[in-house]
Design a protein around this ligand. Structure first.
Ligand SMILES: C[S@@+](CC[C@H](N)C(=O)[O-])C[C@H]1O[C@@H](n2cnc3c(N)ncnc32)[C@H](O)[C@@H]1O
Length: 292
């Protein structure tokens, strides 16, 4: 039985040789879940068989424990950005297995995607106002400011989790003259200023269609003439690590196709000629670009 196979795996000291077998087990569990042979609850119980020490000392465990109450918190994301691995030798290999998945690769790529776009715009426009919605650890900003020390970029981050803000402020201490953090749920946020770029990654894939469109309409009001909205969303047509995320990470997101993203932008009142879809190197994170 598959549960027994997983339990055996959790007791074993794994090596890289075991990775294909783990991939296969995850894929079997996913199809068993889809076919109703196993329930979501049984999978969550099975995940507990990894044991408390494992759950407290691996990124997979962080995903399952959700110490801040939700999936994809700032610390999880920063562990991805910094290639964090457990200091406990026997667990290190599990974090290495995690980092090999295409979703963490896509998350790292989206940081590079962000920096490249903002750098290009800074070269063109010299001075800009950026809104970063759901800024999380703000490592993307930290690296951007590190790599462009004298840039005239003012950033406002809207972030709902106070812990994320504390963490991001600490990381960006040197740049707090250029970055401000607003502790707010974006749905309740009112904004007086206008922005050249409104960027949000790792947020809209938690939204259903209605919230997605509602938020785009809000962003429209906050955008300068010639401004651009850029929204990241996981790709429905390509995410080889989706089973891993859902089965071993209990991390469920609204994946969307390029066409669906365009349709949502049109529902929010934008014209098709304003909309372009970009992607990072893994093609796992898509980016909806809307120009004013
Ligand atoms: C997956 S992280 C993404 C972080 C960052 N954008 C990145 O890509 O590195 C999601 C972040 O969204 C924040 N968040 C979720 N819902 C939010 C909301 N309604 N308003 C503001 N922030 C929100 C969470 O607190 C978390 O820090």
């Amino acid at each position: 039985m598959i549960q027994t196979q997983i339990e055996t795996l959790t007791k074993k000291k794994i090596t890289e040789i075991d990775f294909p077998e783990i991939d296969k087990l995850i894929s079997t569990l996913s199809s068993d879940l889809n076919n109703g042979k196993i329930t979501k609850k049984e999978i969550l119980t099975m995940n507990q068989s990894f044991g408390q020490e494992f759950l407290e000392n691996t990124i997979q465990g962080h995903g399952l424990r959700k110490p801040f109450g939700y999936s994809g918190d700032f610390l999880m994301i920063d562990k991805i950005y910094t290639f964090h691995t457990s200091p406990i030798e026997k667990f290190k290999i599990w974090d290495e297995y995690f980092h090999l998945q295409s979703a963490p690769k896509a998350v790292r790529n989206r940081k590079d995607y962000f920096k490249k776009i903002i750098k290009e715009k800074l070269n063109k426009y010299k001075k800009m106002n950026l809104m970063n919605v759901a800024s999380g650890p703000a490592r993307d900003l930290f690296e951007l400011y590190e790599e462009n020390k004298n840039c005239e970029l003012n950033t406002v981050c809207i972030e709902m989790d106070e812990n994320a803000i504390k963490y991001a402020e600490n990381l960006n201490l040197k740049y707090l003259n250029k970055i401000s953090f607003v502790h707010k749920n974006i749905f309740r946020h009112k904004e007086e200023s206008k922005f050249d770029v409104i960027w949000s990654a790792g947020l809209f894939d938690y939204f259903d269609e209605k919230s997605f469109v509602l938020m785009l309409k809000k962003f429209k009001e906050w955008l300068n003439d010639n401004g651009e909205i850029i929204i990241g969303n996981f790709n429905e047509d390509h995410n080889p690590s989706r089973d891993y995320m859902e089965i071993l990470g209990d991390w469920h997101l609204h994946h969307r196709t390029e066409i669906e993203l365009k349709e949502l932008a049109e529902k929010a009142g934008f014209n098709p000629n304003q909309i372009i879809i970009g992607k990072e190197k893994e093609n796992v994170n898509l980016f909806l670009h809307i120009k004013n």
